[in-house]
Design a protein. Sequence first.
Length: 201
Amino acid sequence: MTFGPNDMVKADCGDCKGCSDCCHGMGDSITLDPYDIVRLKRVTGKTFEQMIGFEIQLGMKGYLILPYLRMKEQGNCCSFLTEEGRCAIHAERPGICRLFPLGRVYENGAIRYFLQGDECKNKARTKIKVKKWVQVPEGKEYEDFVLNWHAFLERTSEAFSSLSAEELRERNMAFLRAFYFRSYTDFFCEISEQMKGESNG
C-alpha cells in the first residue's frame, strides 16, 4: 500500500527519543543526493572532499559513483551518531533518514510513500499526516528536485551503461565534480539548470 501527502500513516516515532536502531548496520544504503551534501556542509562546516572517508564514502550504484553515509567500524553505526545515541545532525539529516520509517516510490511523475513498519523497532508509533512527517522547509521546491533527480539518475546510469571501464571512471568523476564537489548559491535553480545542461550535453 502506498500513501499520498495528505494520508495519515503510523510513522511518528516521537522524534526517535530513546532509540537509534535505524542508525546501525545500514551499510551503503543511505545514498546522498546533492542537497543532502549541501545540508551536511552547512551543519559540519566541512567541504565534500573533507567528509570523504570520514562521514561519507563513495561507492558504485549501478553505473554511477554516488556518496553514502559512512558507518563507523566500532559499533557499525552512522558516523554522525553520538556516544549518547543521538543524531548530531538531526536538523539537517539526509532525505532518506528524514523519511524513515517511510520509503518512497516514483509513480506517474509523482512521489508515493510506503510504510517500512517491520524495519522500525519502535512499535509505539502514532499516526501523522505524510506531508507533515516528511516536511522540509523548502517544500515543493525540494519535492520537485527529488523527482527530477531520480529521473536524471536513471537517464545518466543508462547513458553510462555502454562505456568502457576507463570512460566510466572519467565520466563519473566529471559527474561528481558537476553535482557534489561544487558550491551552490541558489541550489534549486542551479541544480535544475545543471541537470538540463548535462542531459543536453
